[in-house]
Write a protein that binds this ligand. Structure first.
Ligand code: NAP
Length: 625
């Protein structure tokens, strides 16, 4: 459609007297009245807006039968793209805690801003056989601790290894793997998807990237490169004019506050909820989201950006012979190395790369030997803080050398311990302070010590909500739920119960909780007792591991109640597990397999398959790390 002044001299002139002169009339299949009201409607628009509107209507015309004058409902999809390019980009995320989902969403927005048609899918909503119909696919995949696919991608991951996987000669793909190089199976799920797609005949249009925990910068560079290639490919496939989305539209539907743009909230409460004689300091934290508009669902996590302790920064600086005033450049900004350590770099948790680089810089024989054995290196890195790695050999470093060793600071995610139906604009967390002795000195966790020690009530804390669709209450309020949450793993179940209470959900609720001692470590005891009394909580089984000579854990309680647990499962119960991934979650899984084996009279293999099927059906969900 061209808006040409010359054509305005035809007899289709504007009929409304106050129609602006600049608006031309068109030799168009509209009657005077239609044209007049159209001109009135668009009279206030700028030339840029008019250009967009022209593309918008062209898109509409392509999306409906070619009749004249018929009013049609507005089609949003047609608004995005004026003429379809030859193919489109499909983005699939395999995400456990939400990082991969976040990267995929950014990719979608950037694609759309570039005018590339893109569709975003949760891996659990994507049918693997549709890959055969795609031209361009990007998979963003995180990996679970033992190299397993995230829960939302288990099915797709299995499907692509199976005989049912389609041949994919026409597919071009890219993979972003997200992981943590402290783990043996670093980015394994990304590597798997890469290998499976290649095996089916698909071609990687860009080399896979394996990103570490500080993935933002690397992922962003990769995305830009990948989108350039996709755009080039799609444009050469067919002459197609693609209309860009108006500014702001791409982000519609997303909260204004994100990991990159967190909300500055206020700490309302940080209250110790373990007893005076407890070996642990666990805090109940309340944060005010005020007018932020941030919303969350039970099962979601809160991302917390934290600052490191100034004393720890000083200790590190002293170890490498720096005073703290030396300046470094971070993101184009010049600041003192002390400030950089406090607010820009991870100075608590070490990682294998840091150990490897420092082994080289320091010449430490002990570290150099460790570097040769990958397993030992990983174990050392995950059990040693940065300051203790640097203490292995006294070494003078420049400020640039020091920051060259460190990863950028990343926020910590905490399972949310409240439901908005109960606490409105607040969000509650259950935070275990990480602390231990190292010789004469104390060591603390970076984020937990920030929340529990360095932040006072009324202070500001930067937060964002990380949705977790892999840990959600059943849609049907009549469904029974079994919750297993020892230690701070109890957090999301406080949220679940508050939600079910407020929704008046009729489904039965069974909680398994465990911790060290009944008197000191029974987190939220009064609340659970209240829910038991009201009948909302049908069963509460506790395992206090250090109240007797023999250790008693939640999985023992599950096995003692195997018959009832099985009955609940037969009645359709959903099972949720939250807390420690390395030991507890595995032992609880094993207990569930045993329950199925014994009570369901199954072989070991069938029992394992049964529990796996529960997982696939989202009736067995875990939030563990
Ligand atoms: P914890 O260390 O898990 O201890 C809680 C209870 O579990 C204690 O009684 C402990 O007994 C017992 N326990 C030890 N080994 C066990 C096993 N193999 N199976 C079952 N129970 C076992 O509690 P916490 O200090 O509160 O730490 C909670 C853990 O969960 C942390 O690793 C935390 O990072 C994680 N967490 C994860 C999430 C999440 O993924 N969203 C949320 C919250 C917490 P003993 O100590 O007496 O042996």
């Amino acid at each position: 459609m061209s808006l040409n002044k010359k054509e305005s001299s035809t007899n289709n002139g504007p009929s409304a007297g106050n129609t602006p002169q600049e608006l031309p009339s068109i030799a168009a299949p509209l009657n005077d009245q239609q044209l007049g009201s159209l001109q009135q409607t668009v009279s206030g628009l700028s030339s840029q807006q008019l250009a967009w509107v022209s593309g918008y209507f062209w898109g509409l015309s392509q999306a409906q039968p070619q009749t004249t004058g018929a009013a049609a409902p507005i089609n949003q999809a047609a608004a995005a793209v004026a003429a379809k390019p030859a193919g489109k980009l499909t983005i699939i995320f395999a995400s456990q805690t939400g990082n991969a989902k976040g990267v995929a969403e950014q990719l979608e927005q950037e694609a759309k801003a570039l005018g590339v048609e893109a569709a975003l899918f949760d891996a659990s909503d994507y049918k693997g056989k549709n890959l055969a119909k795609e031209t361009h696919v990007i998979i963003v995949a995180s990996t679970n601790g033992e190299g397993e696919a995230p829960d939302n991608a288990i099915e797709l991951h299995e499907f692509l290894q199976s005989k049912k996987a389609p041949k994919l000669p026409n597919l071009k793909y890219g993979v972003i793997g997200l992981g943590d190089s402290s783990y043996e199976f670093f980015c394994q799920t990304g590597k798997d998807f890469d290998a499976y797609l290649a095996k089916q005949g698909a071609t990687a249009f860009i080399e896979r990237i394996d990103c570490d925990v500080d993935y933002e910068a690397d992922a962003s560079v990769w995305r830009a490169k990948a989108l350039d290639k996709v755009k080039e490919d799609l444009a050469s496939g067919q002459e197609a004019e693609v209309v860009q989305l108006p500014v702001g539209q791409a982000a519609a539907g997303h909260s204004q506050y994100t990991k990159q743009n967190p909300y500055t909230a206020t700490l309302l409460t940080s209250q110790k909820i373990t007893g005076r004689d407890s070996g642990k300091d666990v805090r109940h934290v309340e944060i005010d989201l005020e007018e932020s508009g941030l919303t969350y669902q039970p099962g979601d996590a809160l991302g917390v950006w934290f600052e490191n302790s100034s004393e720890l920064a000083n200790t590190i600086l002293a170890k490498v012979g720096l005073s703290g005033v030396e300046s470094v450049e971070v993101d184009g900004e010049s600041l003192s190395i002390h400030s950089a350590l406090v607010s820009k770099y991870e100075i608590t948790a070490a990682n294998p790369q840091l150990v490897t680089k420092f082994a080289e810089l320091s010449g430490s024989k002990k570290l150099q030997k460790l570097v040769e054995d990958k397993d030992k290196l990983r174990e050392y890195a995950s059990n040693t803080q940065v300051v203790d790695v640097l203490a292995e050999k006294k070494t003078k470093l420049t400020a640039d050398e020091l920051v060259g060793l460190l990863r950028r600071l990343t926020p910590r995610l905490y399972s949310i311990a409240s439901s908005q139906s109960e606490v409105d604009e607040e969000v509650h967390l259950t935070v275990g302070l990480v602390e231990y002795d190292k010789g004469e000195e104390k060591r603390f966790g970076g984020a937990s010590s920030f929340l529990a020690q360095r932040l006072d009530e009324g202070d500001e804390v930067k937060v964002f909500v990380e949705n977790n669709n892999n840990f959600k209450l059943p849609q049907d309020d009549n469904t029974p739920v079994i919750m297993v949450g020892p230690g701070t793993g109890i957090a999301p179940f406080r949220s679940f119960i508050q939600e079910r209470d407020n929704r008046g959900a009729e489904g039965k609720n069974w909680l398994f909780f465990g911790d060290r001692t009944f008197t000191q470590d029974f987190l939220y005891q009064v609340e659970w007792q209240k829910y038991l009394k009201s009948g909302l909580l049908n069963r509460l089984d506790v395992a206090f591991s250090r109240d007797q000579a023999e250790k008693v854990y939640v999985q023992h309680r599950i096995l003692e109640n195997a018959e009832q647990v099985w009955q609940w499962v037969e009645d359709g119960a959903y099972i949720y597990v939250c807390g420690d991934a390395t030991r507890m979650a595995k032992d609880v899984h094993e207990a569930l397999v045993i329950v199925a084996e014994q009570q369901g009279k199954m072989s070991r293999d069938d029992a394992e398959e049964f529990i796996n099927d529960l997982r696939k059906a989202k009736r067995y969900q875990r939030d563990v790390y």
